[in-house]
Design a protein around this ligand. Structure first.
Ligand code: F6R
Length: 619
């Protein structure tokens, strides 16, 4: 979704504001966008310098005169993901009215009413955006108040919906103001300069000293000050913290794409998510538990809410948590949960899974669940984001920044965190003996090395993917925990390679989908361990035989040593042995590699697939 950067620093070298803002926008590209723009103040002529362009950042950079970088004192920059009005130069942000420039992430839901009011007062609009309404209101409010902070405070009181806003005014070239309501905004603290960003990637190359803002706060930055107020103009405070991501973590690290890098980051993402989760007595602990343990002991149902890949992590978690804790677990897409009348009460634990912590569908479902009396525990990757702040407990995944739009390492980290949650609940509720929990934790700690082994064997799956670059349809089958892995494999292929792909429960095949099998149809099959429940393994082997008999090309993912699949497989990708419930951490990896390689072979940009945004901050 939209990326936002703000910078102020008058004593700095001339071109620094633009340099910082363009660097921030580049690091925020992962959020997905379709146009970009910047506004500079303090350029010497008392005016704003505004440039904006549809398309990628390269278009904006071509339109700017960067030789030399223009002198200025402050800058705001924006990457837009269109909501109101198509991705055109005119609709791109900043929106300028007189001496005011505004950038915005989110949706102003009452913009039609506000626009009607402004039109009636004789205002002329140039774009189709909701944001332009804010720019007009702000210019008018500045004329009344003569102060940018007071003007923005007056304007936000009139807005409904979700927004992060940044604004500058040509007459106060050393000031950038920002406001947030249900949308992210963080402050970066520098020496003689300060920063604003939709997340810390915006300024991570300059500072790791950050200030977290609460909802409904206004912030005013100058080169030497950061002042936070609430929407009524009263004093407020942010929370200072140190960012533990480094700038290198947000770069490709020698891989062809961020996605490729992130797939290879997965052993570390899982290892880091497991780190430091036990107290001195060896008991599992959660990061931020604001729920009484007696409440967790008394819950009688868990509902996992999430979207997309995060929801598939929830499906994997269901198998493990039900098995370990004997609590019923439902998994529901957050946007479906939100708009029905779910049976939820104070004995329900809602687990919200989100990489970004900002997915609006998931946030709205969190609020809905809490309104019904449920306790909400968030499994989230991004510190300082909204979902953990609005939840009763948090378990952070430590996957590091996920830049590629398609989720990979966050998925493995989410599954790992959900396993930890299951074990934590089993410990708390006495469903498992301590030595049983330790044994599973020991197995979990072996998983990073096993994931590395799968990555080391990537050559063959990549080769097959390149051969299959012209394929038009791929099916994925799995049973038990292999079923959500099949759905995730299909999602990766759809979103990256734009190929028709579907994941099915293997047992469902005979109830319809088998009609899709025709000679040459590629089908990935995720085979459970033969060391697990034997009937499960043999059932899947029968499924492979059924589709093979109808001409399918079978691409099988099986455990090391499983020779039973060989006679029916056109290709076998072996993964190391693991307990059945932990296998998704391994079996999904060849599918991620396959989708990434096949999309690359088709000449597609795997980091920014078409039509997709990294963080979906509108419902
Ligand atoms: C798919 C993908 C999406 C996200 C979904 C939820 O590769 O990335 O399906 O998983 O939009 O996003 P978060 O986890 O940020 O809530």
């Amino acid at each position: 979704m939209c990326g936002i950067v703000g910078y102020v620093g008058s004593q700095q070298p001339n071109g620094r504001p633009l340099e910082v803002v363009l660097g921030g926008l580049r690091r925020l590209e992962y959020r997905g966008y379709d146009s970009a723009g910047v506004a500079l103040t303090g350029t010497g002529d008392g005016k704003l310098a505004v440039t904006k362009k549809a398309g990628k950042l390269v278009n904006l950079i071509e339109a700017l005169d960067l030789d030399p970088l223009p002198a200025s004192t402050a800058a705001i920059g924006h990457t837009r993901w269109a909501t109101h009005g198509g991705p055109t130069d005119v609709n791109a942000h900043p929106h300028v009215v007189g001496k005011v420039a505004v950038i915005h992430n989110g949706i102003v839901e009452n913009f039609v009413a506000l626009k009607a009011e402004l039109l009636a007062a004789g205002t002329t609009f140039t774009s189709e955006t909701d944001t332009e309404v804010v720019a007009h209101l702000l210019a008018r409010a500045y004329d009344v108040h003569g102060d940018l902070t007071a003007a923005l405070t007056a304007v936000v009181q009139r807005l409904q919906g979700t927004f992060t806003l940044l604004a500058v005014h040509a007459d106060v070239p050393d000031v950038v103001v920002g406001a947030r309501h249900d949308s992210p905004l963080v402050v970066g603290l520098g020496d003689g300069e300060n920063f604003l960003g939709s997340d810390v990637s915006a300024f991570i190359a300059q500072t790791k000293d950050a200030l977290e803002l609460d909802q409904d706060q206004v912030v005013t930055i100058t080169p030497t000050s950061v002042v936070v107020t609430d929407f009524a103009g009263g004093p407020a405070q942010g929370r200072r913290y140190t960012v533990d991501w480094d700038a290198a973590a947000a770069e490709k690290g020698g891989f062809r794409s961020f996605m490729d890098k992130e797939i290879h980051d997965q052993p570390k993402a899982v290892a880091d998510t497991l780190l430091g989760r036990t107290d001195l007595a060896g008991h599992l602990v959660l990061d931020d538990l604001r729920i009484d343990e007696s409440v967790l002991r008394s819950i009688d149902k868990i509902i996992v809410i999430a979207c997309g890949t995060a929801a598939y992590a929830g499906h994997v978690a269901k198998y493990a948590i039900e098995h370990w804790c004997r609590i019923p677990v439902e998994v529901e897409l957050a946007h479906e949960f939100r708009y029905r009348d779910p049976v939820v009460n104070e004995k329900t634990l809602v687990v919200a899974i989100s990489q970004s912590g900002e997915t609006m569908d998931t946030l709205m479902a969190v609020r809905h669940a809490r309104e019904q009396g449920a306790k909400v525990l968030a499994i989230v990757n991004t510190h300082g984001s909204t979902i953990p702040r609005e939840s009763d407990a948090v378990l952070y995944t430590h996957a590091g920044p996920e830049i590629a739009v398609a989720s990979t390492k966050a998925f493995l980290a989410q599954i790992t965190a959900a396993y930890l949650l299951g074990l934590y609940l089993a410990q708390l509720r006495g469903n498992k003996f301590p030595d049983e929990i330790s044994a599973i934790l020991d197995e979990l700690r072996l998983m990073p090395a096993k994931i590395q082994l799968v990555l080391d064997r990537a050559g063959r799956v990549r080769e097959i993917a390149r051969w299959m670059a012209d394929t038009t349809s791929v099916l994925f089958l799995g049973r038990h925990v292999g079923f959500p892995v099949a759905m995730e494999g299909a999602l990766k292929l759809k979103e990256l390679a734009y190929i028709h792909a579907e994941g099915f429960a293997a047992g469902e095949l005979k109830h319809g989908p088998i009609a899709l099998i025709e000679p040459g149809q590629p089908v990935f099959v995720i085979v459970p361990s033969p060391r697990g429940r034997d009937s499960l393994h043999s059932k899947v082997v029968s499924n492979i035989q059924e589709i093979r008999a109808r001409g399918a090309r079978t691409l099988v993912i099986a455990e090391d040593g499983d020779e039973a699949v060989r006679p029916f497989a056109d290709e076998v990708f072996y993964v190391p042995q693991s307990p059945v419930l932990l296998a998704p951490l391994l079996t999904v990896v060849p599918l991620q590699l396959f989708a990434c390689e096949l999309a690359t072979a088709r000449g597609l940009d795997v980091d920014q697939p078409r039509n997709l945004a990294k963080s979906v901050t509108v419902e």
